[in-house]
Design a protein around this ligand. Structure first.
Ligand code: G6P
Length: 610
């Protein structure tokens, strides 16, 4: 949700900023812009649309200090005027901002009274003029003016400000939105996440909420909101540059779908020994007793991560016999949830930056819950504010539609459940060993499921012009139906709904006619016979059925229009495999419709606003 990038050093800032913006584009792509200082000149280029449009438009590229922004619109439509950077009235300060300034209206009125004028509808332009006003009336340094201004701001932000009066300084700050500083030699980088930085240095500092950093070519200094010097923790990044490239695939989404046999294996590596049955999750060792003794577990998440939570509800209850409630983080925060001291809350998030999930964590912590994070992005806000947690180790996910993070989330949550069940004694030894062996086979089974790619491409050809889709599944495959529908909606803009198959007769059945494609996730499990009946009900109404079945199924293929086979596994692990064809189906359909698969309209990967 908006990406920001900055550079100060000896090299030309422009190529670094441009490349950085391309890496951050997944965070929003409504407009982008760059500000560069060359001597005493402040040059700004900004353009509505994707970063390539900015690249085409830019003329002046000189300067070894600069800031860049890629926007996901909140205040004001996507346009050149509303694009960042924004400049203050005296043309001296330029700012980039990720977040929302909630009290901008009242500040704007005050500034207008003082004669300030505004050329955009954004909250950000108000902030930069507020800083200018404070700097001028109180004769403060840029960093002090920023600190005073931020003390009067309500909202969330990661900002970077430069001034043409001082070409050796970037002032940046964060509260609620992420900000990482890259430490080079005689040069410094800043960005919303580490992806624009990793090419230049692997030494980074993740700024904490309320901190303000001043970067010059000679060094950097971090202070808190009270102006007290901080000793930042310098972290070494383990991210590889090639993880940020498409690696021969046409799209990040396809690469990430095909990466899953490896990302699932990476997720288990060093944690689960499928031969001895040893299972160790270092990240949650301090709270493993609390987990075993928990009277209930709450899961808070959004989007695809929420679907992973729904699957986890099934297996945690089955294996650990602990009641689980799965909440949309956005709803959780605005009701008055019953949370008791000692309750366990698991927050699931790929990005680790989702504002609603972060807010849910705060509420849970205030009320005495133990909050565990299941997060992909190392060093992200959720990873830092939770008591403990287990990283996914799935590598960066760039495609906006989440794929490999979903299967990695399931893998981590499954390992947590197995461990709790083992120590709690709610699983028999032989059952535990059987499931450990089975989860060890999942990467190979996912690889086998991926072999249906060509077949799925052909099926997609047939359905690319559909207007509606229904996804149905039962038990463990019900959340998979929801996830399949979400994937299709997100990237192909076809209306799709997921339902528990048995619920079909309470409404969705009315939609079925000879035009309606219905995807059944009909693998062999406890409710197989029931789902066969549901398929018959659809066929009786001339619906077109695409069925995901286990290899060797002798019944369903004869009943339906299209069949996609996947390997069998234990039903609690099935979602890890059954989601694969649904990811591929949405990918191919979206591509055939000419949609931008990696950057679907209106969406952003990291939703840092409420
Ligand atoms: C956005 C993304 C989704 C993601 C959701 C939750 O909507 O487009 O792919 O599932 O946010 O994000 P998180 O990073 O918390 O998992």
């Amino acid at each position: 949700m908006c990406g920001i990038v900055g550079y100060i050093g000896k090299r030309d800032a422009y190529p670094i900023l441009l490349k950085g913006l391309k890496r951050l584009e997944y965070r929003g792509y409504d407009s982008s812009g760059i500000a560069l200082i060359d001597g005493f000149d402040l040059d700004i280029t900004k353009k509505e649309g994707k970063v390539v449009r900015l690249e085409e438009a830019i003329h002046k590229k000189e300067g070894s200090i600069g800031i860049g922004h890629t926007r996901w619109a909140t205040h004001g439509e996507p346009s050149d005027e509303n694009a960042h950077p924004h400049v203050s009235n005296n043309n001296s300060l330029a700012i980039i901002h990720n977040g929302i300034i909630e009290n901008y209206e009242s500040l704007k009125i005050e500034l207008k009274k003082k004669g300030y004028h505004f050329s955009s509808e954004t909250d950000t332009e108000v902030l930069v003029n507020f800083i200018e006003d404070i700097q001028e009336t109180e004769s403060l340094s840029l960093e002090d003016a920023v600190r005073v201004a931020l003390s009067k701001i309500v909202g969330a932000y990661a900002i970077a400000v430069i001034s043409k009066e001082d070409s050796n300084k970037i002032v940046a700050a964060r509260k609620g939105s992420p900000l990482v500083i890259g430490l080079g030699s005689g040069e410094y980088f800043l960005a919303s996440d580490a992806t624009p930085i990793v090419e230049y240095t692997n030494e980074v500092v993740y700024l904490n909420d309320g901190e303000i950093v001043v970067l010059t070519r000679e060094g950097y200094s971090v202070k808190d909101s009270e102006d007290i010097q901080q000793t930042p923790y310098v972290q070494t990044l383990e991210m590889e540059l090639e993880e940020l490239e498409k690696g021969g695939y046409d799209h990040f989404m396809l690469k990430e779908i095909f990466e899953q046999p490896r990302s699932i294996a990476d997720c288990m590596r060093g944690r689960l020994n499928t031969e001895t049955g040893n299972l160790f999750l270092g990240g949650i060792r301090n709270y493993s007793k609390a987990l075993q003794n928990a009277e209930r577990i709450l899961i808070a998440a959004c989007g695809t991560s929420w679907h992973a939570g729904l699957v986890a509800e099934y297996f945690i209850e089955e294996l650990c016999r602990i009641p689980v409630e799965v909440e949309y983080a956005s709803e959780f925060r605005y009701r008055n949830p019953v949370i008791k001291e000692g309750d366990i809350v698991i927050a699931i998030s790929q990005s680790g930056e989702t504002a609603d999930t972060l807010a849910a964590i705060e509420i849970a912590k205030e009320r005495g819950a133990i909050v565990l994070g299941v997060v992909n992005t190392v060093g992200s806000s959720i990873a830092r504010v939770t008591h403990e947690g287990a990283y996914l180790h799935a590598g960066p996910e760039i495609g906006v539609a989440s794929t490999k993070a979903f299967t990695a989330q399931l893998t981590v949550l499954y390992m947590i459940a197995l461990r709790v069940a083992f120590y709690k004694g709610t699983i028999a030894q032989n059952k535990y060993r059987e499931l450990v062996t089975e989860i060890g086979k999942i990467p190979k089974k996912v690889a086998a499921a991926l072999e249906s790619n060509e077949k799925i491409k052909k099926i997609s050809e047939r359905f690319k012009d559909a207007h509606n889709f229904l996804y149905l599944g039962r038990g463990y495959n019900f959340p998979v139906a929801l996830e399949g529908a979400l994937k299709l909606k997100e990237i192909s803009y076809i209306h799709a709904e997921g339902y528990p198959a048995a619920e079909m007769k309470h409404g969705p059945i009315a939609l079925i006619d000879e035009q309606m494609p219905v995807v059944f996730i009909a693998t062999r499990d406890g409710s197989y016979d029931k789902i066969v009946s549901n398929i018959q009900e659809v066929k009786a109404r001339r619906g077109i059925v695409i069925a995901i079945v286990n290899e060797g199924d002798a019944i369903i293929p004869d009943m339906v229009d299209y069949t996609i086979e996947i390997p069998a596994t234990h039903e609690s692990l099935m979602p890890l495999v059954s989601v694969i064809p649904l990811q591929l189906l949405s990918y191919h359909i979206a591509l055939m419709r000419g949609a931008n698969v990696d950057q679907p309209r209106n969406l952003a990967k990291s939703v840092t606003v409420e």
